[in-house]
Structure formats: C-alpha cells, structure tokens
Design a protein around this ligand. Structure first.
Ligand SMILES: Nc1ncnc2c1ncn2[C@@H]1O[C@H](COP(=O)(O)OP(=O)(O)OP(=O)(O)O)[C@@H](O)[C@H]1O
Length: 579
C-alpha cells in the first residue's frame, strides 16, 4: 500500500477526538493491508520500527535532522532552523519545504528505510544516516515528509496508545470488537505488537487461544493487590499461603535462549547491558538451556561485621545510579546488586504460566543455583497469620519494605499484566497508618519562583481513566523535590513538551499549567486525603465532581512505569471510599 494513505490517515487521526471513530478508522485501514504491511504498520502507528523490547532508536537528533532536511530541499540549515523556531516541529518544516506533487513511496519503502537508518552504526554513520534520511525526503510529498520526519525523530504524536490499536485489531481481524478483551490479554503475553497483529491477521480470533510465552520476548509482569489489614489478608487468601520478602528495586525478567541471555525491565526495555554481573552469573549458575525467570534487582551487599555475615539492602535510589549507558564497570563497583528470583515462566520448551505457583516455585528451586548475586526470594509457607506477622517484622528489621503473600491454590497461575488476586503486598507504611503513595502522570508544569526560578514550581499530575484511556488531573505537586530531582525531572520533561493540551489529557480551565506535557513521565507521590474537587477532572462525570489529592509530596520518579501503569481513577475512588 502507498505510504500516502497512511500519512493521510495520521493527519485525520490527529484531528479526531472520538475514541470510537479513531478505532474505526484504524480498523478499516488494517483490513486492507497485506503480508508484512500488517506488522510494519502496527509499529508505525506507535511511532516505532519494532517492539518496545528492541532498541528501536534511529539515532537522529534535531541537528542531524536539520542537516537532512536542508539537504533534501536545497535550502540552508539556517533557513530550516528559523522555520523550526517558528513552527516548533521539524515535520511541519518538511511540509512547508516539500514541493513534490506525486510520490510512489509504499509503506514498505518507508519502513525499510527507517530500518536502514536504525541499523547504520559505527564510523561515518552520522553522514550515512543523514544521507538515507535526505534521500527519502526528496521522494516524499509534503504530507509524507511531515510524518517521515516525525517518525525518524520518534515524535509521531497521534494522541493514542496501543490499547486503541488492539481494539482496532479486534474489528479488523476477528470482525467483532467483543474480542478486544481477549486480544488485550494476549498482548500481555505477546508484547510485540507487530507479531501480534500478524498472528491475528493470519488466524483471526482463534489466535488468542494459542499465543504463548516465547523466550527472548518478555511478557508483562504480574502485579499484586494491596490489603489493608492482616484480617483482610486472611479473608483473601484462605488456608496455606506463602509469604515472601518484598524487595524494593527494579523488576527484571531474565530470558536465556541457549548462549543468549537478556534482561528486561517492567517497561519491557532491554536492560541487559546495565547489569553485566547478573548476566555472567546466570550463565554460570543456571544450567537450563531455555529458561525465563522473574525477579527483582536490588542494591545489595553481603558484609562482614564482628565476624558475622550480614545482608545489607540499600534504598531504591541507589539502584537508580545503575540506569546508565556508560561507565558501567565503575558503577558496578560503586553500587553492587543482587537479583532475587521469585518466579519461573518458561523451561526448556515448556511454558509455565498456566502452572500453579507451588509447582513453579519447585521448578524455580530446582533450576537456579544460588550464588553471591543470584538469589531466590526468601519465604515461609504457613497457615498461621501470627507466623506471617513475625516474618513481616523480621523483613522490616532487615531494612526491607514489606512482604508479598501468595496464594498456593491449584489455579494460582502467572497472570501476565494483571494486578492479580493471587498476590498481595503488605508494606510497613500500611501498618503504621502512614499516608498512601500514588503513581501519577505529569501532564503540565507551572513556572517556579524564588529559589526555584528557572525550574518548575509545581507539576500538574493526572491519573488514568481506564475506560476512556484518558489522563485526568488529580493534584498539583510542589513539595518534596531535591535539586537533583528537579534537574532530572526537567531533563525528562523537556522531551515531552507540547504546545497545546494533549488530546488524551483533560484539564479544567482554572488549572491550566504554563507548560503542557504529553503523558510520559510517572512520579510517585505521598498524599494524605482524597477529596471532591471541582478544580480537577479525575473521575468527573455528569453527576460527579472530580477528585483531588491533598497535601501531595514528591517521593521519586518511577522510571519503570509507563503512563498506562499509573494509578487509575477507579483505584483513587476505591481508596476514597475505603474499599
Ligand atoms: N517476592 C516478591 N514477589 C513478587 N513481587 C515482588 C517481590 N519482591 C519485590 N517485588 C516487587 O513488588 C512489586 C509488587 O508490587 P506492585 O505490583 O503493587 O507494584 P508497584 O506498583 O511497583 O508497587 P510498589 O510501589 O508497592 O512496588 C512487583 O512488581 C515486584 O517488582
């Protein structure tokens, strides 16, 4: 299919606000695609050239793009820069400069070219990338050029995410949107949207029955519910249960496929290169040929004190030093880590997601030999709430944040991507009656004054309205930031500044921030009271006013969460209602 049709659709979708209409248009489009176009278009709709767990960056920043655009249209770089300053979007600049009336570019041509740019590396690659980019721009019409530029820069902002695409697949490939729920479940297991689209296109609704975990392709993590009290725990998980230490670090899924070993974060990013010591030790101590393990990486050291070996757990913030591309060896020494595996999802050709937890745990213990760095989560198995309470107190003494209680029932499967009723977390702060933490999405910022001049004074934060896939504001967060936090936040937000309210965000007039931010950055906030408020849009309906969070205080950036992992309106309402 011609790329022109995709560019035209992008243009229309940008202007469309109706959820139904967007899904309908996308599904019509997918119905007409053939072969590889299905897979490639699925990636392109999300502004990418592959699944999240592959490194899909094309390595072209503004400077190179300006060079490529100037070269393509025979104008000076100054001219391009001036237009860029005026429009704020290099895609719009390409649109202005292109004079081409007709083009024969196909979706495949554009996709292959993006891949070529992505795969060009090494010496002289900048020139080569620029030349490849310039060349395709010359062949493109103004509309096509606009979207090619945005795709190359990773800035296609259509204002919707993968959930819309999955709903469109239901209509396009199964003929009925009632299959959307099953397709969304399949996406938690097959997290490669292109691959999923292809399987659905070839097999229809039947596909959701056989999609399975595959080593090398991370599944979405299973998450836990929270309980308010031990009494509630007893009610929720009857009889024998396991209580495991809860480690506060970075979730990790380790995939071993023969000699290849990869580590993926909760956001499904490839974090293999950040933790070479874990990869080395898995190679040494996990003999299975093909295996997928789930666990938590923590900043950790075993120390000797007065002749005793003691375990030292360091705060989550220490571990964040390891989020880097360079100086890895240096930081490996500065911030030693261990990984605590608590689950096994695949073993030598056999998917284990549908095996109950006790069986999975037994297989985990049989297949992982503990070393200094590779550990198994410590746990007890008991029917007694008192024993769990003792275990909980010991974990707190050790400096850990709490426990995760797991059901031992015969259907306690691994529920990828779900906040499951088989896992319950219990943290120290709950037992102390402390305030609740909220993971919120930053959607705007207000200029700072006084000491905070030049930075932000407060951040406008939102929660996810799951039904509408929209972000609705809940609170303004202005305290709790250190200077380093503020700097890091400014840096993260700078990539996501937009000139108007993003389409999937709702903000009340009186709450409009100085700068709009597209949903991308998640922060964890401590708050104390949820109230009704006409100032915010969270949960606002015809009959209901919005909800607001009072006295919020910034705790940390959640690098590991995407906006779609943020707290939902329903969760906030449940907390308010005390359910
Ligand atoms: N033994 C364990 N079993 C399961 N999860 C564990 C364990 N130890 C640590 N964890 C971590 O705890 C998380 C479970 O809490 P939850 O699912 O609510 O995630 P969260 O939203 O990140 O919450 P929190 O902020 O409380 O960590 C898991 O995602 C995992 O990263």
């Amino acid at each position: 299919m011609r790329f022109k049709e995709l560019a035209e659709l992008f243009e229309e979708l940008e202007k469309t606000t109706s959820h139904r209409e967007i899904v309908r248009r996308i599904s019509e489009f997918f119905k007409n695609l053939k072969g590889d176009e299905v897979k490639d278009s699925a990636y392109l709709f999300l502004g990418s050239t592959g699944p999240a767990f592959e490194n899909t960056t094309l390595g072209i920043k503004d400077m190179l793009a300006i060079r490529a655009i100037a070269g393509a249209y025979g104008v000076t770089r100054e001219d391009v820069s001036k237009r860029y300053a005026r429009t704020g979007d290099l895609g719009d600049v390409a649109f202005e400069l292109s004079k081409k009336r007709e083009s024969s570019l196909t979706i495949e041509d554009v996709f292959q070219r993006l891949l070529q740019i992505r795969e060009t590396s090494g010496k002289g690659s900048q020139e080569e990338k620029t030349a490849l980019f310039s060349d395709i721009l010359q062949k493109a019409t103004p509309e096509e050029g606009k979207y090619i530029v945005r795709l190359v820069l990773g800035r296609l902002r259509l204002g919707f995410g993968d959930q819309f695409l999955l709903e469109a697949f239901a209509i396009a490939f199964t003929g009925d949107k009632k299959h959307a729920a099953k397709i969304k479940e399949s996406y938690s297991v097959c997290t490669d949207i292109g691959e999923l689209a292809k399987i659905l296109a070839e097999n229809g609704a039947r596909a959701t029955g056989f999609i399975s975990i595959k080593p090398g392709r991370p599944v979405k993590s299973m998450l836990s519910q929270r309980v308010e009290s031990f009494e509630e725990l007893e009610k929720r998980v009857k009889g024998k249960k396991a209580a495991e230490e809860k480690y506060d670090g970075e979730r990790v899924q380790v995939h071993k496929t023969g000699e290849g070993i990869k580590a993926f974060s909760r956001r499904l990013e490839d974090i293999t290169s950040q933790y070479p010591e874990i990869i080395e030790d898995v190679r040494k101590t996990v003999p299975a040929n093909e295996i997928v393990l789930d666990g938590e990486i923590v900043a950790y050291a075993e120390l000797e004190r007065n002749g005793n070996r003691i375990e030292e757990f360091y705060p989550f913030q220490n571990l964040m030093q390891r989020r880097r591309k360079y100086e890895i060896e240096n930081y490996r020494k500065k911030c030693p880590v261990a990984v605590f595996f608590f689950d096994i999802l695949y073993l030598n050709g056999e998917p284990l997601l549908k095996r109950p937890y006790p069986e999975r745990r037994a297989l985990l213990e049989m297949n992982v030999v503990e070393s200094g760095i590779i550990r198994l989560s410590k746990r007890i198995v008991t029917e007694s709430v008192e024993e769990i309470e003792d275990f909980f107190n010991e974990t707190i003494e050790k400096g850990l944040e709490g426990i995760v209680v797991k059901s031992m029932s015969s259907n306690s499967y691994y529920e990828a991507g779900k906040r499951s009723w088989f896992w319950f977390k219990w943290k120290q702060e709950y037992s102390e009656g402390m305030r609740e933490t909220f993971d919120l999405v930053v959607v705007g910022s207000y200029y700072g004054r006084g000491r905070r001049k030049g930075s932000f004074g407060a951040l406008l934060c939102a929660v996810l309205n799951k039904e509408g896939q929209r972000f609705e504001t809940l609170t303004k967060v202005g305290t709790g930031f250190t200077e380093a936090d503020a700097e890091e936040i400014n840096r993260l937000l700078s990539d996501h500044i937009v000139s108007e309210i993003p389409k999937d965000v709702s903000i009340k007039k009186g709450m409009l921030p100085d700068i709009f931010i597209e949903p991308a950055v998640v922060i964890e906030v401590l708050g104390s009271e949820i109230t009704n408020s006409p100032g915010h849009t969270a949960g606002e309906g015809e009959e209901e006013t919005g909800l607001a969070l009072r006295f919020p205080r910034f705790l940390r950036i959640r690098h590991d969460k995407t906006p779609y992992d943020a707290m939902t309106v329903k969760e906030v309402r449940d907390l308010k209602d005390g359910t």
